[in-house]
Design a protein around this ligand. Structure first.
Ligand code: GDP
Length: 463
């Protein structure tokens, strides 16, 4: 922690600017060794949080780049240490040269995530907030971004702290009562503790439930579009994509292979696979497509099963149902604009009930986009219990956090069992403490160095 670290903080590709970041006790001195302001002033002489124009020079005084330098003195910086950021021109060779000069001037190359690790170790952010930094960088949709920024702003931190405060109060009470039984009235204690345990348990269960939603929020939902040829699968995919990507024709069996795309539907990320019509076929090319379609159903978390509402449900459609029995399925009664009523919602219900467990049926038109709003609502209902509010709701997104919440929940279960069996206080004080510690690990209290190293090693360089 004493050493001053340096890294290229921006992506290593040619770009407008590239930023070199230096952090540590000697950041200002090191920068002063390679940076020249036109007025000859040193960074050590200027105020914090100021911006300076000048040049980076090598050992011979030769100008290497024309730069802007930002000075952020401890403790008001990302790492809580002295930080100097050098905005260079964004060339890979150039950035490496400036980086080398910083190293020659006394800085050490930073490990991946080391800046954020310092922010954590110096107490600027907790571990859950540090992890949110990476989630924020890798977020690929609006909901995921909002959730990460919420976590970075301490949403999870505050929840954990409030749970831990309740627990530590009871733990302290038990310990004092054991040490000094004469002065503690434990008469009402059991009822109070039962209430506290119940309310904490409720909150933990809610967090665990949010993980399911959080997973889809961050990674998106793997979907596949299946159905007989010519029912409108490609048209449906095109409607979602908002452009003519898949080839749409009136000849059956034209989607020969699978097409994969990622889209965002009202903040929900969908990874879509459009398959060739699943049906037994002699055509060799199509056979490959059919095999892939079956595979894509296996991988899918959501299946769009497209039917042509102007046509009757056929044996081919029914043959598909064994593959869909345990999947979340949305049956799209497509071509509703034709109003031909070949297949109604009741017909689908009758034909598929008992065959597909988790099914929703929607009247739909890929041509007029009738049903698209309802489709969005159905997806939210199936995957987010009807709600998707990344601004206010807290979603657990990390497996590490989920496991720790599960441990905490398990410990509370043990407390409840002990209470029901009238066990002595010191017996369940251990479980309460276990719950307290597990929650502490989420925010980075009571974690060992190896774990901290492992978490930050997954960070990108320069962060
Ligand atoms: P796929 O083989 O299942 O991919 O079906 P396509 O998307 O290629 O569509 C087959 C035919 O049905 C094309 O002529 C489409 O224009 C037409 N079609 C698709 N969806 C609709 C719809 O909602 N309404 C009407 N009227 N025609 C549609």
């Amino acid at each position: 922690m004493k050493e001053t670290i340096v890294s290229i903080a921006t992506a290593l590709s040619s770009s407008g600017i590239g930023i070199i970041r230096i952090s540590g006790e000697e950041a200002v001195e090191i920068a002063d060794r390679i940076f020249r302001k036109p007025n000859g002033k040193k960074l050590s002489e200027v105020s914090s949080h100021t911006v300076h124009y000048g040049h980076i020079v090598d050992e011979d005084g030769t100008v290497v780049d024309e730069v802007i330098v930002i000075l952020m003195k401890a403790p008001h910086s990302f790492t809580k240490e002295d930080v100097v950021e050098i905005d260079c021109h964004g060339g890979i060779f150039l950035l490496k040269q400036v980086l080398n000069l910083c190293v020659k001037a006394g800085a050490r190359l930073a490990e991946p995530g080391e800046f954020t690790k310092r922010a954590f170790l110096n107490g600027r952010i907790d571990l859950s907030e540090a992890e949110a930094v990476m989630d924020l960088i890798s977020s690929s949709n609006e909901a995921a971004r909002r959730n990460s920024i919420g976590q970075l702003s301490g949403r999870l931190h505050r929840k954990i702290i409030s749970l831990r405060e309740k627990l530590i109060y009871e733990i302290a009470f038990i310990e004092s009562a054991i040490d000094d039984p004469e002065h503690y009235d434990t008469g009402d204690f059991i009822n109070r503790l039962t209430d506290v345990v119940d309310s904490c348990e409720k909150e933990l269960k809610k967090l665990l439930l949010s993980f399911e939603n959080g997973k889809y929020l961050v990674s998106g939902i793997n979907c596949t579009i299946v159905g007989k040829p010519n029912v409108g699968k490609s048209s449906f995919m095109n409607l979602l994509l908002g452009e003519d990507r898949a080839i749409v024709t009136a000849v059956a069996g034209t989607t020969r292979d699978t097409l994969e795309e990622t889209i965002s539907l009202d903040g929900i990320t969908l990874h879509l696979v459009d398959t060739a019509g699943i049906h037994e076929t002699e055509d060799e090319v199509e056979k490959i497509g059919v095999k892939r379609a079956k595979e894509s159903i296996e991988r899918a978390e959501l299946v769009f099963f497209v039917l042509d509402s102007s046509d009757k449900i056929s044996a081919e459609d029914l043959e598909l149902t064994p593959l869909l029995s345990s999947k979340k399925v949305i049956v799209l009664l497509n071509k509703s604009d034709l109003n031909l009523g070949g297949t109604t919602e009741e017909d689908v219900e009758k034909a598929f009930s008992g065959r597909i467990e988790n099914m929703r049926i929607l009247s739909f038109s890929a041509k007029t986009s009738q049903g698209l709003t309802e489709l969005t609502d159905v997806i939210k209902d199936l995957f987010y219990h009807g709600e998707l509010n990344a601004d206010e709701e807290l979603y657990l997104t990390s497996i590490r956090h989920k496991t720790l919440v599960e441990n905490a929940d398990m410990a509370l279960l043990h407390v409840k069992e002990s209470l029901q069996m009238n066990m002595p206080e010191d017996f369940y004080a251990i479980d309460l403490m276990q719950c307290y510690s597990s929650l502490g690990e989420i925010i980075g209290e009571e974690v060992d160095d190896d774990l901290v190293d492992e978490i930050f090693s997954k960070f990108c360089m320069g962060k």
